[in-house]
Design a protein around this ligand. Structure first.
Ligand code: NAG
Ligand code: NAG
Ligand code: NAG
Ligand code: NAG
Ligand code: NAG
Ligand code: NAG
Length: 376
């Protein structure tokens, strides 16, 4: 049996450990796109109307680039093409080659988030197999919704117990992936999305992926803690106050429901969520017919991410894993991971078809995309 002093010493060690996160990966400036892959093809799982371009096509179409004036990365929907009926509109989905384990903190600083009728942006994470290794939706909104909605998607058995000090409002509390929304939390702080987010100068989203739970913070630009804006090599979440969304392990054992996560940034169009809620903020009519086809401007003039940086911080014992053959970040990378090849295979399979709205595709391949991608 431990003496109280010994127990206190152990606790202090754990707290000190828990607050020490070191920079493992910095996606910013001219190197922003290093370490991300581009999904190529349609989004079958959500019946979306975006055609995700490969890296060379997205780069030459100026849908993915680093702005030389600001040093910010731009990821956007095509707003210059007149899209005829029955065709999809070009967009971008990128995902990190690395998978980040429990013991990671993700910080993302944006000057602008995509919005507009039919626009369904997301900044999220997923394990190598879905839903077995979980999904964390950090930023997700549709159309002209005025706020961000966070969520987890897992296998059955994980539920959301809301801590008293959580800032956001819990919605669905069952994280079972068969429930389309996952277990949701609506942001209650002002300017978390849309025109308000941009007018305030953007903001920062932080996610702590920990054995004790998953915690998501949002700060509009004027409220970003100085510990984040002034430090780029270590991070200490213990001073950030109550998170917007808090999913404690007490009702969802994170180690059991989540594997290492890769980061994903995409802009879908219409699809299950944006289409079914289109009339709530965009008036009567069909999402695809009213927004996607014909001129891209002004509908898609605000359909872009402007990213100052995405940084990953890891605890000392957290090991970043990478696909085989890729160089790794951090000292402890293992260099083997087969998971990411699945989405690449699915993507290249889907790129062979014509750009038709309704394209035939083998169900087996479609199921693979469903397994990898469930953004709602
Ligand atoms: C990228 O997509 C473009 C347009 O579909 C295609 O012409 C090109 O071959 C693709 N490049 C790669 C490397 O797959
Ligand atoms: C999860 O969803 C499946 C399929 O709808 C259902 O059979 C199961 O009972 C659900 N489990 C929980 C714990 O919600
Ligand atoms: C961190 O910030 C310092 C001071 O602004 C800067 O000199 C340095 O280049 C930054 N490092 C990274 C990795 O961004
Ligand atoms: C989009 O929503 C409309 C109205 O609810 C519905 O009639 C239509 O079938 C939906 N389209 C798709 C592709 O889901
Ligand atoms: C597309 O949107 C950008 C802003 O994102 C705007 O500067 C540009 O003028 C738009 N293009 C057209 C053709 O309107
Ligand atoms: C990292 O070390 C801490 C302190 O020993 C421990 O509580 C935690 O479970 C470890 N995390 C992992 C992913 O091994």
């Amino acid at each position: 049996m431990k003496s109280p002093a010994a127990a206190a010493a152990v606790l202090a060690t754990q707290l000190a450990f828990a607050s020490a996160y070191k920079l493992a990966q910095d996606f910013s400036g001219n190197n922003f796109f290093n370490g991300w892959d581009f999904f190529n093809g349609y989004d079958y799982s959500q019946s979306g109307d975006a055609m995700y371009l490969n890296q060379s096509a997205a780069t030459s179409a100026q849908l993915a680039y680093v702005d030389s004036n600001t040093g910010h990365a731009i990821v956007k929907v095509d707003n210059t093409t007149n899209v005829p009926w029955n065709y999809k509109r070009n967009s971008v989905e990128i995902y990190t080659q690395d998978f980040y384990p429990i013991g990671s903190v993700f910080i993302a600083d944006f000057a602008h988030l995509p919005y507009g009728c039919s626009v369904w942006p997301a900044f999220w994470t997923r394990g190598a197999s879905w839903p077995a290794q979980g999904e964390i939706d950090i930023i997700e909104t549709v159309n002209l919704m005025g706020y961000n909605q966070m969520a987890l998607h897992t296998t059955a058995g994980c539920t959301h117990t809301t801590p008293a000090d959580q800032v956001g409002a819990s919605g669905e509390t069952n994280c079972n992936a068969t429930i389309g929304s996952g277990c949701t939390v609506a942001e209650k702080k002002a300017n978390s999305f849309g025109e308000g987010f941009a007018s305030a100068g953007g903001g920062v989203f932080a996610t702590q992926f920990d054995v004790s739970g998953i915690y998501i913070w949002f700060w509009s630009r004027p409220d970003v803690p100085s510990s984040i804006s002034s430090s780029n090599d270590t991070i200490d979440p213990s001073s950030w106050g109550a998170p917007s969304a808090a999913y404690p392990s007490s009702s969802c054992d994170i180690s059991n429901y989540f594997g290492p996560q890769q980061l994903v940034m995409d802009i879908n169009l219409c699809g299950q969520w944006a289409n079914s809620t289109y009339s709530q903020t965009c008036g009567n009519g069909d999402c695809y017919l009213n927004s996607v086809i014909n001129a891209g401007s002004p509908t898609y003039d605000n359909a872009y991410f402007e990213v100052s940086y995405v940084r990953v911080f890891t605890a000392d014992n957290a090991t970043v894993t990478t696909p085989s053959g890729s160089s790794s970040v951090g000292a402890g990378a293992t260099g083997t991971h087969s998971g990411s090849s699945a989405s690449q295979t699915a993507g290249s399979g889907s790129s062979s078809g014509a750009d038709a709205l309704v394209a035939g595709w083998a169900w087996a391949a479609g199921a693979l995309v469903v397994a990898m991608y469930f953004g709602n």
